[in-house]
Write a new protein. Structure first.
Length: 225
């Protein structure tokens, strides 16, 4: 969901993550037969929306977002983009990021397929970050058991099992098990957590240690000079 602060008239662009002000006098339009009539009959309130068009003022982005806010319930429905996809740095392999982004885009329309892609993300991270390769994901997660916390391991195994629902047919072909969008979103949050804890934390640590070493060497050279 596009992050909009209506009280302070600001928002965070979902494309570039640039926080900025928006101008309601230019960006808001009311729609519907009762847009300018008050009071709006109760049976029409559900379809009475204010449409916000937000133009990013970041020179390197300048993309447009469109969202609709119900004037009575304040429910927000994003029109463009319909799904906000987080963008991660290059320390995460591109193929893993591509699977994550695709899973994000289809999470509402096809949560089962999204869960399958997130399962693939997890396996890619186990291969790349931990250098663990086994006959299948179940064996790879078992090999990871003594390298992560018990709670984290249980969640990883849970993601594998939920991803299996879309990846493998049940023995009973008439048995249908669905994954709800809110369940797939939990799996997405787990992948994002692993991005932060595994890749980004390691990358930031390496950068910090390198900076300190560089500063130390520079000061040592100054002493010698």
């Amino acid at each position: 969901m596009i992050e909009i602060d209506f009280e302070n008239k600001s928002y965070i662009c979902p494309y570039c993550r640039h926080a900025q002000a928006y101008y309601s006098s230019c960006d808001i339009k009311n729609n519907g037969d009762y847009a300018n009539r008050l009071p709006v009959p109760a049976e029409y309130q559900e379809s009475s929306f204010a449409i916000y068009t937000l133009h990013c003022r970041n020179a390197s982005c300048k993309k447009i977002c469109v969202t609709a806010i119900n004037r009575f319930s304040q429910k927000q429905i994003d029109i463009l983009p319909q799904v906000v996809v987080k963008h991660y740095p290059d320390c995460i392999p591109q193929q893993i990021k591509s699977d994550y982004e695709e899973a994000s885009r289809i999470i509402n329309s096809s949560p089962k397929a999204s869960a399958t892609l997130l399962r693939r993300c997890l396996q890619g991270m186990i291969h790349d970050f931990w250098n663990i390769y086994e006959k299948n994901l179940n064996a790879e997660i078992t090999a990871l058991k003594d390298k992560v916390t018990p709670n984290q391991w249980a969640a990883l195994d849970g993601l594998r099992k939920l991803g299996n629902i879309g990846a493998h047919m049940e023995h009973d072909v008439n048995l249908m098990i669905d994954i709800e969008p809110y369940e797939a979103k939990k799996l997405l949050q787990l992948i994002e957590l692993l991005f932060d804890k595994w890749y980004i934390a390691q990358h930031e640590e390496e950068m910090l240690l390198a900076d300190i070493t560089s500063i130390s060497e520079e000061k040592e050279n100054q002493r010698k000079a």
